[in-house]
Ligand binder design. Sequence first.
Ligand SMILES: Nc1nc2c(ncn2[C@@H]2O[C@H](COP(=O)(O)OP(=O)(O)OP(=O)(O)O)[C@@H](O)[C@H]2O)c(=O)[nH]1
Ligand SMILES: [K+]
Ligand SMILES: [Mg+2]
Length: 342
Amino acid sequence: TEYHLGLLKAKLAKYRAQLLEPSKSPAAKGEGFDVMKSGDARVALIGFPSVGKSTFLSLMTSTASEAASYEFTTLTCIPGVIEYKGANIQLLDLPGIIEGAAQGKGRGRQVIAVARTADVVIMMLDATKGEVQRALLEKELESVGIRLNKSKPNIYFKPKKGGGISFNSTVTLTQCSEKLVQLILHEYKIFNAEVLFREDCSPDEFIDVIVGNRVYMPCLYVYNKIDQISMEEVDRLARRPHSVVISCGMKLNLDYLLEKLWEYLALTCIYTKKRGQRPDFTDAIILRKGASVEHVCHRIHRSLASQFKYALVWGTSTKYSPQRVGLTHMMEHEDVIQIVKK
Ligand SMILES: Nc1nc2c(ncn2[C@@H]2O[C@H](COP(=O)(O)OP(=O)(O)OP(=O)(O)O)[C@@H](O)[C@H]2O)c(=O)[nH]1
Ligand SMILES: [K+]
Ligand SMILES: [Mg+2]
């Protein structure tokens, strides 16, 4: 049955991909409300109608988004900016989505297309409505390849021209076996490949690796309207993983939500320093994770990278402090950099 189940999962994933295919046709281009990316990071507000998404945007940013007691008040994507710790975080208010969104119900497809482009998703939930909404929305996002609060499975996978399937693992596998991996690969008409499990992954995770095109995204579950429920209930929700409880109506716990959001964004702050001077800790350069010295140069000045000779870096990204580095050196949070021009 284990093999049977794995195989069915592979089949299901394949058919689902085919089902969603038409959305990628040229006719459907322009989906996703076309809001310009701006600022240092992007956060999308996803949730059922009338959970308080627009109320939240109007509260946290200088943008006003119409809020009302009837469902589907918001019909398009409305961007605002949260200024926090020197960063500009773009917050996107979106229409409410319902079950079946991924199949194009309501504006679900466009909303989900925007969610894919975000750095963090805030899934806003009505604290008075129980847990059904959360599970339904998770399913919708899952079905279009968005993986919430999960990291990319640590599996090396490389299709080959010949030589059959070579299978190896560096850890004990409890959910997949060589035979199952082979069956799944055959289902995808892959007969030659190198597979190395570096983690005890499930068949679903393995399928994600074969299919590719998955988005691994941090998600905060935000329970709004806690002014309407009991303290016991608030306490229970607040203890759920990745969850924050708030009330937009009574402005409760919004500071804590910002702190959490900042943590989930995991942005990299870099401080610059001029020769012979102390670093400027008041004005950080804010970058996404995985930024290099070159990214820092571009942020300071358009032409700086072309005049770049070397840089001195102090911080956790280097072995010595300071260390002389080139353009490709990867920066880490709170590094200090001094750039030397030609
Ligand atoms: N009691 C209470 N009501 C709230 C709270 N936040 C928002 N509301 C109310 O909930 C209703 C819906 O708010 P909206 O901000 O329009 O919700 P939305 O999620 O943007 O809704 P759609 O755009 O229709 O998807 C409004 O009547 C708000 O006043 C809250 O914290 N507590
Ligand atoms: K509403
Ligand atoms: Mg709204």
